[in-house]
Design a binder for this molecule. Structure first.
Ligand SMILES: *Cc1c(COP(=O)(O)O)cnc(C)c1O
Length: 359
């Protein structure tokens, strides 16, 4: 893929950039450039380039605005002590984007083009990758149906973009436990649906459940399987792990409706290295509830790129709760989190070759 380069004539001043980097929040501020490429059924991928960050002009009849033919990715780049900027497993995100594209009838972007796009943007905006402790640059690649057409069929024109947003330590002062609401009214994904694809539509469908969770004082939702409402699937944007008293690390097996997290897969690898018995299998909600109540489940945590590893304090449902929302992160949760972030920030060796130098 040939990538053109159009510099932003009005980039943020160093002072303005530093003000953002000092307090970036999450997903609120963006770098000076973005990557954009177009696909058409006739010409394939073309017009790839790094261009100034700014609003898109979209025709109101652009298909994505009506039928939600859209997928996305999320990954981070980190500044290492030697000055290099490295991304965590970008190929894994590129591979997942290909799988999501197949499910949403979007064109496949070759993994090497995905990585080249991320690399081109990070190289251009490398000044936005901060070296404050635990700071990173969150990268958001996405693809959508940009064809102007209201008929229902896969779009013949598609846009792929990458934008970048500085991110601070997700939790100041260590990972704070979250409270989880068990949704009994809503499901996130059903067999044969789009649960395993990273698509915006899955998130739209989870928002009413998030609102329900907030009404019950919870920060996140846990979804159960759609067929039997019996097995744990995941949270709206994070996978979930249970730690058993006897050293087992358990996560729901991939069943076609759970999103295959890159963090999840990395933790499965690290768990073995840390001497845990790793199990991917079906996990009932009763195993969680009863296990926390009787002490066989000693720790629960959620994981994903944005927050890395988040301890789960309490699980609530219509009629009860288990756990303690103020309990500190458990020992295994903290060890897994530290092992992973030390690799990401270059403070530990990278035995699996997960870090990819971009700039
Ligand atoms: C992105 C995502 C995750 C976490 O995946 P990572 O690759 O670890 O960031 C989990 N669940 C859903 C629904 C997601 O969209």
């Amino acid at each position: 893929m040939e990538i053109s380069y159009t510099p932003n004539p009005n980039p943020a001043t160093p002072e303005a950039r530093d003000a953002v980097l000092a307090a970036p929040g999450f997903g609120k501020h963006f770098t000076d450039h973005m990557f954009k490429a177009t696909w058409t059924a006739d010409a394939g991928w073309h017009d790839a380039g790094v261009i100034p960050y700014g609003p898109l002009q979209l025709d109101p009849a652009s298909a994505v605005l009506h039928y939600a033919q859209e997928i996305f990715e999320g990954l981070k780049a980190y500044k290492h002590a030697d000055g290099t900027i490295r991304a965590f497993r970008p190929e894994a995100n590129g591979e997942r984007l290909v799988r999501s594209a197949r499910r949403l009838a979007l064109p496949e972007l070759p993994v090497e083009d995905f990585v080249a796009a991320v690399e081109a943007l990070v190289k251009t905006d490398r000044a936005w990758v901060d070296d404050r402790p635990e700071a990173s640059l969150y990268l958001r690649p996405f693809m959508f149906a940009s064809e102007v057409f209201l008929g229902v069929r896969p779009a013949a024109e598609v846009t792929f973009m990458v934008i970048a947003s500085p991110a601070a330590a997700y939790f100041k002062g260590g990972a704070k436990p979250v409270s989880i609401w068990l949704s009994s009214e809503y499901t996130r994904a059903a067999p044969g649906g789009t649960g395993a694809a990273k698509c915006g539509g899955n998130y739209a469908a989870s928002l009413a459940a998030m609102t329900e969770a907030a009404e019950h004082g919870c920060e996140q939702v846990c979804f159960l399987d759609a067929a039997e409402s019996k097995y744990i699937e995941e949270l709206g944007g994070m996978n979930i792990f249970l730690v058993h008293r006897d050293g087992k690390l358990i996560t729901p097996e991939l069943n076609g409706s759970i999103l295959e997290g890159v963090t999840r897969s990395s933790i499965l690898t690290l768990g073995k290295e840390l001497g845990l018995d790793v199990e991917e299998r079906r996990v009932t909600i009763d195993e969680w509830r009863d296990g926390v109540a009787d002490g066989t489940i000693t720790e629960v945590f959620a994981c994903g790129t944005a927050a890395v590893v988040t301890p789960v304090g309490q699980l609530s449902w219509d009629g009860g709760s288990v756990g303690d929302s103020s309990a500190p992160a458990g020992e295994i949760t903290s060890r897994i989190r530290d092992t992973l972030v030390d690799i990401q920030f270059g403070r530990a060796a990278d035995p699996y070759g997960w870090m990819r130098t971009l700039a």
